[in-house]
Design a protein around this ligand. Structure first.
Ligand code: FCB
Length: 462
Protein backbone atom coordinates (compact mmCIF):
# COMPACT_ATOMS: atom_id res chain seq x y z
CA UNK A 1 0.00 0.00 0.00
CA UNK A 2 1.58 3.21 -1.15
CA UNK A 3 -0.44 5.26 1.28
CA UNK A 4 0.90 3.52 4.38
CA UNK A 5 4.44 4.53 3.40
CA UNK A 6 3.30 8.09 3.91
CA UNK A 7 2.27 7.43 7.51
CA UNK A 8 4.52 9.10 10.07
CA UNK A 9 5.89 6.62 12.65
CA UNK A 10 5.60 7.41 16.35
CA UNK A 11 7.45 5.84 19.28
CA UNK A 12 6.03 2.75 20.96
CA UNK A 13 3.48 3.71 23.61
CA UNK A 14 2.47 6.96 21.88
CA UNK A 15 -1.24 7.52 22.60
CA UNK A 16 -3.66 7.99 19.71
CA UNK A 17 -7.10 9.27 20.57
CA UNK A 18 -10.18 11.20 19.56
CA UNK A 19 -11.87 14.06 21.43
CA UNK A 20 -15.33 15.52 22.00
CA UNK A 21 -17.02 17.80 24.55
CA UNK A 22 -20.24 17.46 26.50
CA UNK A 23 -22.33 20.39 25.25
CA UNK A 24 -21.25 19.79 21.67
CA UNK A 25 -22.49 16.18 21.48
CA UNK A 26 -24.65 15.05 24.39
CA UNK A 27 -28.04 16.67 23.89
CA UNK A 28 -30.53 15.54 26.59
CA UNK A 29 -30.23 19.07 27.91
CA UNK A 30 -33.14 18.79 30.33
CA UNK A 31 -32.93 15.12 31.17
CA UNK A 32 -32.13 13.22 34.36
CA UNK A 33 -31.80 16.33 36.49
CA UNK A 34 -29.29 18.31 34.41
CA UNK A 35 -29.37 22.00 35.31
CA UNK A 36 -29.02 24.83 32.79
CA UNK A 37 -25.56 25.97 31.74
CA UNK A 38 -24.40 29.27 30.30
CA UNK A 39 -24.37 27.64 26.86
CA UNK A 40 -28.08 26.77 27.12
CA UNK A 41 -28.79 30.40 27.92
CA UNK A 42 -26.47 31.74 25.22
CA UNK A 43 -27.66 29.43 22.44
CA UNK A 44 -31.32 30.13 23.22
CA UNK A 45 -30.82 33.90 23.11
CA UNK A 46 -31.92 35.11 19.67
CA UNK A 47 -29.22 35.93 17.18
CA UNK A 48 -26.12 34.72 19.01
CA UNK A 49 -25.60 31.30 17.39
CA UNK A 50 -25.70 30.77 13.63
CA UNK A 51 -29.01 29.46 12.37
CA UNK A 52 -30.49 29.58 15.89
CA UNK A 53 -28.83 26.23 16.65
CA UNK A 54 -28.70 24.95 20.24
CA UNK A 55 -27.21 21.92 22.00
CA UNK A 56 -30.65 20.64 23.08
CA UNK A 57 -30.31 17.48 20.99
CA UNK A 58 -26.85 17.76 19.38
CA UNK A 59 -25.60 14.26 18.46
CA UNK A 60 -27.88 12.65 21.05
CA UNK A 61 -24.75 11.05 22.45
CA UNK A 62 -26.38 10.88 25.89
CA UNK A 63 -28.55 8.06 24.54
CA UNK A 64 -26.31 6.78 21.75
CA UNK A 65 -23.00 6.51 23.61
CA UNK A 66 -22.74 2.71 23.10
CA UNK A 67 -22.79 3.25 19.33
CA UNK A 68 -20.18 6.01 19.64
CA UNK A 69 -17.90 3.86 21.78
CA UNK A 70 -18.25 1.09 19.17
CA UNK A 71 -17.03 3.61 16.55
CA UNK A 72 -14.03 4.37 18.76
CA UNK A 73 -13.23 0.70 19.24
CA UNK A 74 -13.39 0.08 15.49
CA UNK A 75 -11.13 3.11 14.98
CA UNK A 76 -8.52 1.47 17.19
CA UNK A 77 -7.79 4.47 19.42
CA UNK A 78 -5.95 4.02 22.71
CA UNK A 79 -7.81 6.81 24.46
CA UNK A 80 -10.99 8.89 24.25
CA UNK A 81 -11.14 12.46 25.55
CA UNK A 82 -14.62 13.56 26.59
CA UNK A 83 -15.83 16.24 28.96
CA UNK A 84 -18.09 16.08 31.96
CA UNK A 85 -21.02 18.50 32.10
CA UNK A 86 -20.78 20.25 35.46
CA UNK A 87 -24.56 21.03 35.44
CA UNK A 88 -25.33 17.30 35.20
CA UNK A 89 -23.34 16.71 38.41
CA UNK A 90 -24.18 19.84 40.43
CA UNK A 91 -27.28 21.26 38.69
CA UNK A 92 -27.36 24.47 40.74
CA UNK A 93 -23.59 24.97 40.76
CA UNK A 94 -23.43 24.34 44.49
CA UNK A 95 -25.38 22.15 46.87
CA UNK A 96 -26.92 18.78 46.06
CA UNK A 97 -25.15 16.34 43.76
CA UNK A 98 -27.26 14.66 41.07
CA UNK A 99 -26.59 10.88 41.17
CA UNK A 100 -28.07 10.37 37.68
CA UNK A 101 -25.43 12.66 36.23
CA UNK A 102 -22.65 10.69 37.88
CA UNK A 103 -24.24 7.45 36.66
CA UNK A 104 -24.13 8.58 33.05
CA UNK A 105 -20.36 9.14 33.12
CA UNK A 106 -19.79 5.92 35.07
CA UNK A 107 -21.65 4.00 32.34
CA UNK A 108 -19.67 5.76 29.61
CA UNK A 109 -16.38 5.00 31.37
CA UNK A 110 -17.31 1.34 31.85
CA UNK A 111 -18.26 1.06 28.19
CA UNK A 112 -14.88 2.53 27.18
CA UNK A 113 -12.92 0.26 29.48
CA UNK A 114 -14.80 -2.78 28.18
CA UNK A 115 -13.74 -1.68 24.66
CA UNK A 116 -10.10 -1.44 25.75
CA UNK A 117 -10.05 2.38 25.54
CA UNK A 118 -8.53 4.62 28.21
CA UNK A 119 -10.86 7.43 29.29
CA UNK A 120 -9.42 10.97 29.47
CA UNK A 121 -11.85 13.34 31.19
CA UNK A 122 -12.02 17.12 30.88
CA UNK A 123 -13.73 18.70 33.88
CA UNK A 124 -14.61 22.04 32.28
CA UNK A 125 -15.25 22.42 28.57
CA UNK A 126 -17.20 25.64 28.99
CA UNK A 127 -20.61 24.56 30.33
CA UNK A 128 -20.69 26.56 33.56
CA UNK A 129 -23.88 26.08 35.63
CA UNK A 130 -26.03 29.14 34.94
CA UNK A 131 -26.65 29.56 38.68
CA UNK A 132 -22.93 30.31 39.14
CA UNK A 133 -22.91 32.83 36.31
CA UNK A 134 -25.85 34.52 38.02
CA UNK A 135 -23.56 34.97 41.03
CA UNK A 136 -20.74 36.50 38.96
CA UNK A 137 -19.36 33.53 37.02
CA UNK A 138 -15.59 33.42 36.53
CA UNK A 139 -15.33 37.11 37.45
CA UNK A 140 -15.60 36.03 41.08
CA UNK A 141 -13.33 33.81 43.11
CA UNK A 142 -16.20 31.79 44.55
CA UNK A 143 -16.59 30.01 41.21
CA UNK A 144 -13.08 28.57 41.56
CA UNK A 145 -14.09 27.09 44.94
CA UNK A 146 -17.28 25.57 43.52
CA UNK A 147 -15.17 24.09 40.72
CA UNK A 148 -12.89 22.40 43.26
CA UNK A 149 -15.92 20.93 45.08
CA UNK A 150 -17.39 19.57 41.86
CA UNK A 151 -13.98 18.14 40.90
CA UNK A 152 -13.73 16.35 44.24
CA UNK A 153 -17.16 14.77 43.71
CA UNK A 154 -16.40 13.55 40.19
CA UNK A 155 -12.88 12.36 40.95
CA UNK A 156 -14.16 10.60 44.07
CA UNK A 157 -16.39 8.51 41.80
CA UNK A 158 -14.17 7.96 38.81
CA UNK A 159 -10.51 8.29 39.83
CA UNK A 160 -10.07 4.51 39.96
CA UNK A 161 -11.21 4.12 36.34
CA UNK A 162 -10.10 7.34 34.62
CA UNK A 163 -6.32 7.68 34.42
CA UNK A 164 -5.99 11.08 32.68
CA UNK A 165 -7.71 14.27 33.88
CA UNK A 166 -7.81 17.73 32.30
CA UNK A 167 -8.99 20.54 34.56
CA UNK A 168 -9.86 23.25 32.01
CA UNK A 169 -10.19 23.29 28.25
CA UNK A 170 -8.84 26.44 26.59
CA UNK A 171 -9.33 28.97 29.39
CA UNK A 172 -8.47 31.71 26.86
CA UNK A 173 -11.86 31.09 25.23
CA UNK A 174 -13.68 31.08 28.57
CA UNK A 175 -12.08 34.33 29.70
CA UNK A 176 -11.69 36.37 26.54
CA UNK A 177 -14.31 35.07 24.11
CA UNK A 178 -16.74 34.71 27.02
CA UNK A 179 -16.16 37.91 29.02
CA UNK A 180 -14.46 40.28 26.58
CA UNK A 181 -15.56 39.89 22.98
CA UNK A 182 -18.83 38.17 23.88
CA UNK A 183 -18.67 35.58 21.12
CA UNK A 184 -18.96 32.73 23.62
CA UNK A 185 -21.19 32.30 26.66
CA UNK A 186 -21.92 34.21 28.79
CA UNK A 187 -21.53 36.84 26.05
CA UNK A 188 -20.11 39.62 28.23
CA UNK A 189 -18.12 42.57 26.82
CA UNK A 190 -15.88 43.74 29.61
CA UNK A 191 -12.25 44.61 30.19
CA UNK A 192 -11.33 43.97 33.78
CA UNK A 193 -14.01 41.30 34.10
CA UNK A 194 -12.20 39.22 31.49
CA UNK A 195 -8.84 39.61 33.25
CA UNK A 196 -10.42 38.64 36.57
CA UNK A 197 -12.00 35.64 34.83
CA UNK A 198 -8.61 34.58 33.44
CA UNK A 199 -7.13 34.68 36.91
CA UNK A 200 -10.01 32.88 38.61
CA UNK A 201 -9.90 30.15 35.97
CA UNK A 202 -6.25 29.60 36.86
CA UNK A 203 -7.09 29.57 40.58
CA UNK A 204 -9.87 27.07 39.84
CA UNK A 205 -7.36 24.94 37.95
CA UNK A 206 -4.99 24.96 40.93
CA UNK A 207 -7.75 24.06 43.39
CA UNK A 208 -8.95 21.28 41.06
CA UNK A 209 -5.42 19.85 40.81
CA UNK A 210 -5.38 19.65 44.61
CA UNK A 211 -8.70 17.79 44.54
CA UNK A 212 -7.46 15.40 41.83
CA UNK A 213 -4.29 14.67 43.82
CA UNK A 214 -6.35 14.02 46.95
CA UNK A 215 -8.43 11.51 44.95
CA UNK A 216 -5.23 9.78 43.80
CA UNK A 217 -5.60 10.23 40.03
CA UNK A 218 -2.73 8.99 37.86
CA UNK A 219 -2.30 12.07 35.65
CA UNK A 220 -3.51 15.65 36.05
CA UNK A 221 -3.07 18.43 33.49
CA UNK A 222 -4.69 21.39 31.75
CA UNK A 223 -5.43 22.06 28.07
CA UNK A 224 -4.40 25.38 26.49
CA UNK A 225 -4.96 26.68 22.99
CA UNK A 226 -1.55 28.20 22.50
CA UNK A 227 -1.12 30.36 19.45
CA UNK A 228 1.72 30.74 17.03
CA UNK A 229 1.51 34.50 16.46
CA UNK A 230 3.40 35.75 13.42
CA UNK A 231 3.99 39.45 12.57
CA UNK A 232 2.26 40.64 9.38
CA UNK A 233 5.40 42.61 8.45
CA UNK A 234 8.84 43.18 9.94
CA UNK A 235 7.85 46.63 11.22
CA UNK A 236 8.49 47.51 14.86
CA UNK A 237 4.78 48.22 15.29
CA UNK A 238 3.74 44.75 14.08
CA UNK A 239 6.39 43.09 16.22
CA UNK A 240 5.08 44.97 19.26
CA UNK A 241 1.58 43.81 18.35
CA UNK A 242 2.85 40.22 18.42
CA UNK A 243 4.10 40.77 21.98
CA UNK A 244 0.61 41.89 23.04
CA UNK A 245 -1.06 38.99 21.23
CA UNK A 246 1.42 36.53 22.76
CA UNK A 247 0.75 37.91 26.22
CA UNK A 248 -3.00 37.57 25.97
CA UNK A 249 -3.11 34.25 24.18
CA UNK A 250 -0.13 32.42 25.63
CA UNK A 251 1.84 34.05 28.44
CA UNK A 252 -1.19 34.82 30.59
CA UNK A 253 -1.44 31.03 31.03
CA UNK A 254 2.04 29.61 30.56
CA UNK A 255 3.90 32.07 32.79
CA UNK A 256 1.87 31.37 35.98
CA UNK A 257 1.51 27.65 35.16
CA UNK A 258 5.10 26.91 34.18
CA UNK A 259 7.29 29.73 35.48
CA UNK A 260 5.56 30.86 38.69
CA UNK A 261 5.12 34.48 37.57
CA UNK A 262 2.73 36.80 35.76
CA UNK A 263 3.77 37.96 32.27
CA UNK A 264 6.25 40.84 32.44
CA UNK A 265 4.54 42.29 29.35
CA UNK A 266 1.12 42.65 30.97
CA UNK A 267 1.23 46.42 31.45
CA UNK A 268 2.13 47.12 27.84
CA UNK A 269 -0.66 44.72 26.84
CA UNK A 270 -3.53 45.72 29.11
CA UNK A 271 -2.54 49.13 30.45
CA UNK A 272 -4.81 50.41 33.17
CA UNK A 273 -7.02 47.32 33.03
CA UNK A 274 -4.40 45.30 34.89
CA UNK A 275 -3.31 47.94 37.41
CA UNK A 276 -4.42 47.25 40.94
CA UNK A 277 -4.98 43.53 40.26
CA UNK A 278 -7.18 43.25 43.32
CA UNK A 279 -8.32 39.80 42.23
CA UNK A 280 -4.82 38.38 42.83
CA UNK A 281 -3.90 37.08 46.27
CA UNK A 282 -0.69 36.03 47.96
CA UNK A 283 -0.13 32.34 47.42
CA UNK A 284 -2.02 32.21 44.13
CA UNK A 285 1.09 31.68 42.02
CA UNK A 286 2.15 28.67 44.12
CA UNK A 287 -1.35 27.20 43.80
CA UNK A 288 -1.51 27.77 40.04
CA UNK A 289 2.04 26.58 39.40
CA UNK A 290 1.75 23.15 41.03
CA UNK A 291 3.61 20.50 39.03
CA UNK A 292 1.52 18.87 36.30
CA UNK A 293 1.84 15.42 34.80
CA UNK A 294 1.19 16.74 31.32
CA UNK A 295 0.29 19.87 29.39
CA UNK A 296 -2.53 19.54 26.87
CA UNK A 297 -2.23 21.67 23.75
CA UNK A 298 -4.91 22.29 21.13
CA UNK A 299 -3.55 23.45 17.82
CA UNK A 300 -5.39 24.40 14.63
CA UNK A 301 -3.68 27.31 12.83
CA UNK A 302 -1.18 30.18 13.11
CA UNK A 303 -2.37 33.75 13.56
CA UNK A 304 -0.91 36.62 11.57
CA UNK A 305 -0.97 39.76 13.67
CA UNK A 306 -0.81 43.43 12.68
CA UNK A 307 -0.72 46.57 14.76
CA UNK A 308 -4.16 48.19 14.85
CA UNK A 309 -5.65 51.18 16.60
CA UNK A 310 -8.34 50.71 19.22
CA UNK A 311 -11.51 49.55 17.59
CA UNK A 312 -13.67 51.12 20.29
CA UNK A 313 -13.40 54.91 20.26
CA UNK A 314 -15.02 55.10 23.70
CA UNK A 315 -12.47 53.97 26.31
CA UNK A 316 -15.33 53.07 28.67
CA UNK A 317 -16.36 50.37 26.22
CA UNK A 318 -12.82 49.18 25.58
CA UNK A 319 -12.53 45.46 26.07
CA UNK A 320 -9.50 43.52 27.23
CA UNK A 321 -8.96 41.89 23.89
CA UNK A 322 -8.98 45.21 22.13
CA UNK A 323 -5.30 45.60 22.77
CA UNK A 324 -4.47 47.07 19.44
CA UNK A 325 -3.86 44.14 17.15
CA UNK A 326 -5.78 42.66 14.29
CA UNK A 327 -5.66 39.32 12.57
CA UNK A 328 -4.60 39.41 8.93
CA UNK A 329 -5.49 36.79 6.34
CA UNK A 330 -2.46 34.72 5.39
CA UNK A 331 -1.87 34.87 1.65
CA UNK A 332 -0.94 31.72 -0.21
CA UNK A 333 -2.23 29.19 2.32
CA UNK A 334 -5.24 26.92 1.88
CA UNK A 335 -8.05 27.92 4.24
CA UNK A 336 -10.46 25.48 5.87
CA UNK A 337 -14.23 25.89 6.16
CA UNK A 338 -13.52 27.97 9.30
CA UNK A 339 -11.40 30.18 7.04
CA UNK A 340 -8.38 29.12 9.09
CA UNK A 341 -5.05 28.90 7.22
CA UNK A 342 -3.45 25.47 7.01
CA UNK A 343 0.22 25.75 8.03
CA UNK A 344 1.53 22.49 9.51
CA UNK A 345 5.07 23.84 10.00
CA UNK A 346 3.83 26.35 12.51
CA UNK A 347 2.63 23.40 14.64
CA UNK A 348 6.23 22.16 14.83
CA UNK A 349 7.51 25.68 15.48
CA UNK A 350 5.02 26.29 18.30
CA UNK A 351 6.11 23.15 20.15
CA UNK A 352 9.83 23.73 19.62
CA UNK A 353 9.53 27.36 20.78
CA UNK A 354 7.66 26.27 23.90
CA UNK A 355 10.43 23.80 24.74
CA UNK A 356 13.05 26.50 24.16
CA UNK A 357 11.25 28.92 26.45
CA UNK A 358 10.43 26.62 29.37
CA UNK A 359 13.05 23.85 29.09
CA UNK A 360 12.77 21.25 31.84
CA UNK A 361 9.82 23.09 33.41
CA UNK A 362 7.73 21.95 30.44
CA UNK A 363 5.82 18.77 31.34
CA UNK A 364 5.23 16.02 28.77
CA UNK A 365 2.72 17.18 26.16
CA UNK A 366 -0.50 15.68 24.87
CA UNK A 367 -2.01 17.25 21.78
CA UNK A 368 -5.58 17.20 23.06
CA UNK A 369 -7.14 18.60 19.87
CA UNK A 370 -6.19 19.00 16.22
CA UNK A 371 -8.36 18.73 13.14
CA UNK A 372 -10.26 20.70 10.53
CA UNK A 373 -13.73 21.74 9.44
CA UNK A 374 -14.21 21.14 5.73
CA UNK A 375 -16.98 21.50 3.17
CA UNK A 376 -17.90 17.81 3.27
CA UNK A 377 -20.12 16.34 0.61
CA UNK A 378 -21.97 13.05 0.72
CA UNK A 379 -21.35 10.98 -2.43
CA UNK A 380 -24.18 9.14 -4.15
CA UNK A 381 -22.88 5.91 -2.57
CA UNK A 382 -23.24 7.52 0.89
CA UNK A 383 -19.50 7.92 1.53
CA UNK A 384 -17.76 11.17 2.49
CA UNK A 385 -14.51 11.57 0.56
CA UNK A 386 -13.00 14.30 2.73
CA UNK A 387 -9.62 14.52 1.05
CA UNK A 388 -8.79 17.92 2.50
CA UNK A 389 -9.28 16.64 6.05
CA UNK A 390 -7.14 13.57 5.34
CA UNK A 391 -4.38 15.84 4.03
CA UNK A 392 -4.74 18.13 7.05
CA UNK A 393 -4.40 15.23 9.50
CA UNK A 394 -1.52 13.62 7.63
CA UNK A 395 0.42 16.87 7.37
CA UNK A 396 -0.15 17.82 11.00
CA UNK A 397 0.85 14.39 12.29
CA UNK A 398 3.99 14.67 10.16
CA UNK A 399 4.66 18.13 11.64
CA UNK A 400 4.10 16.70 15.12
CA UNK A 401 6.62 13.95 14.45
CA UNK A 402 9.12 16.63 13.42
CA UNK A 403 8.67 18.23 16.86
CA UNK A 404 9.35 14.87 18.54
CA UNK A 405 12.46 14.50 16.41
CA UNK A 406 13.55 17.97 17.55
CA UNK A 407 13.40 16.78 21.16
CA UNK A 408 9.92 17.86 22.33
CA UNK A 409 8.41 15.28 24.69
CA UNK A 410 4.98 14.65 23.15
CA UNK A 411 3.13 11.58 24.43
CA UNK A 412 -0.21 11.64 22.66
CA UNK A 413 -2.48 13.07 19.96
CA UNK A 414 -6.28 13.37 19.97
CA UNK A 415 -8.09 14.22 16.75
CA UNK A 416 -10.85 16.81 16.95
CA UNK A 417 -13.38 15.45 16.54
CA UNK A 418 -14.86 11.98 16.59
CA UNK A 419 -18.23 13.37 15.45
CA UNK A 420 -19.58 16.38 13.60
CA UNK A 421 -21.05 18.46 16.41
CA UNK A 422 -22.28 21.80 17.75
CA UNK A 423 -19.44 24.17 16.86
CA UNK A 424 -20.35 26.84 19.44
CA UNK A 425 -21.40 30.17 17.88
CA UNK A 426 -21.13 28.56 14.41
CA UNK A 427 -23.76 25.96 15.27
CA UNK A 428 -23.96 22.74 13.24
CA UNK A 429 -22.82 24.40 10.01
CA UNK A 430 -19.15 23.69 10.64
CA UNK A 431 -18.24 20.00 10.51
CA UNK A 432 -15.06 18.85 12.27
CA UNK A 433 -15.93 15.15 12.59
CA UNK A 434 -14.12 12.16 11.15
CA UNK A 435 -17.59 10.63 11.43
CA UNK A 436 -20.47 12.42 9.70
CA UNK A 437 -23.63 12.99 11.69
CA UNK A 438 -26.93 13.37 9.85
CA UNK A 439 -28.80 15.59 12.31
CA UNK A 440 -32.22 14.55 10.98
CA UNK A 441 -31.71 10.83 11.53
CA UNK A 442 -28.70 10.82 13.92
CA UNK A 443 -27.10 8.39 11.52
CA UNK A 444 -23.29 8.16 11.85
CA UNK A 445 -21.16 7.62 8.73
CA UNK A 446 -17.39 7.23 9.04
CA UNK A 447 -15.68 9.55 6.54
CA UNK A 448 -12.53 8.74 4.56
CA UNK A 449 -10.54 10.54 7.28
CA UNK A 450 -11.83 8.00 9.84
CA UNK A 451 -10.60 5.15 7.63
CA UNK A 452 -7.28 6.94 7.08
CA UNK A 453 -6.75 7.54 10.82
CA UNK A 454 -7.63 3.92 11.55
CA UNK A 455 -5.06 2.70 9.01
CA UNK A 456 -2.45 5.12 10.40
CA UNK A 457 -2.95 3.81 13.93
CA UNK A 458 -2.88 0.20 12.75
CA UNK A 459 0.36 0.85 10.80
CA UNK A 460 2.11 1.88 14.05
CA UNK A 461 1.61 -1.63 15.34
CA UNK A 462 2.96 -3.50 12.29
C1 FCB B 1 -11.60 24.35 20.20
C2 FCB B 1 -12.59 23.79 21.18
C3 FCB B 1 -13.42 22.65 20.66
C4 FCB B 1 -13.80 22.84 19.21
C5 FCB B 1 -12.58 23.19 18.38
C6 FCB B 1 -12.86 23.34 16.90
O1 FCB B 1 -11.38 25.70 20.48
O2 FCB B 1 -11.92 23.35 22.34
O3 FCB B 1 -14.52 22.50 21.51
O4 FCB B 1 -14.79 23.79 19.10
O5 FCB B 1 -11.98 24.35 18.86
Amino acid sequence: MTESRAFPRFPAGFVFGAATASYQIEGAAREDGRGPSIWDTYSHAPGLVANGDTGDIACDHYHRYPEDVALLRELGVDSYRFSIAWPRIVPDGSGPVNPKGLDFYARLVDELLAAGIEPAATLYHWDLPQALEDRGGWRVRETAERFAEYTAVVAGHLADRVPRWITLNEPWCSAFLGYSVGRHAPGAREGRGALAAAHHLLVGHGRAVEALRAAGVREAGITLNLDRNLPATGSAADRAAVVRADTQHNLVWTEPLLAGRYPHTEEETWGELITGQDFRRDGDLALIGQPLDFLGINYYRPIVVADAPHREPDPALRTATDNRYAEVRLAGARHTAMDWPVVPDSFTDLLVALKERYGDALPPIHITENGSAEHDEVSPDGAVHDRDRVAYLRDHLTALKAALDAGVDVRGYYVWSLLDNFEWAFGYGKRFGIVRVDYDTQRRTPKDSYHWYRAMIAAQRD
